[in-house]
Design a protein. Sequence first.
Length: 369
Amino acid sequence: MNRHTARFRLELAGAALAVLLVAVAGAEAQAPPEEAPILATFADAKKAYAAKSWDAAEASLRRMAELLSAPGMDSARTRALPAYYFYSAAVAFHKKDEERCREQLLRYFSTNPAAGIDPAAYPKRFVQIFEATREKAAELAPPTPAGEIAGGVLPSYATRDVDTAAIPANTGDAAWALGPVSALLTDAEKKAYAALPDDDARRSFVARFWSGLDPSPETADNELQIEFYRRVQYADANFSTEATRGSLTDRGRVLLILGPPSYAARSAIRSGQDEMTVLRGTETYVVTTANGPVTVQVPYQKAATPGGVAGEMEVWYYRGDRVPRGVSFRELRYEFVTQRAYGTGVLQKEPRELLALRQAAALLRKNAD
């Protein structure tokens, strides 16, 4: 299974389709008895779709919609509607009804805004419509208020004000560059700071650093510094473990650079094996810059079997107004795994998301110039 296919399937499951898809695959589903007709009808729709019997697939989906509209089906509706919308869009496409295809995809993205698709698994034209409709859905969606996070994954970020008295004083601490600010420092700056001879030189460095990032030097406050330490304080309060300060964890680092996500979700990881397998490698991206295309090598590290060891998956989605202008990707998805013998909130280091973090950190520096 390639990475795009795996992501597409995971996003369907993240849209609460796990029960339906597992049942269709023949595994033991734990769906309530009253949902059995819905599962069976969905299975019929998928079989007809696989057989390219578009009329039969459409009829089964229509029956599925009728069953979902029955009283007392609120829970089933929440789980099943993303599947209904997606397959309705795909069937409409094959029946040459692109208008209905777009309508159903808009509804699909309203339930699953960060969904992706495997371009190798569907017709090129359908993939084009899918991507264009996702962009339209993102434009139509109202901006998400900061901290309005679904699923209770994060307490409200918007209601937490920065404690300005707790912003560290500039003491010339030799460990300053190893703390939360390391998310903003370049490698060259870290080396330069480590080489400074005394506290006075370090205080001067810190003062110049924050002064250079002040977006409005004519005012008394450094707004970027205040927002940065607001994120630091939030991360320390919510993500700290016995071993690691919250702003130095993977979740903390993503928050420091990107701020709160558009949407977040948390789900259990089922048990089944004792050890976690970790994949490592490198992927290549071509990024457009002011000087033309540039090839970037991005290393990655992630759990190869996130469904194995019992634990938890937390996913942060960034889209629309939450993705800094200038980042190469319109939508981002950060996955954090908590599992025994693996860690707490460990970022699954997907190469595109790592590249986006690198770009976003550079943009924070650039936009302050």
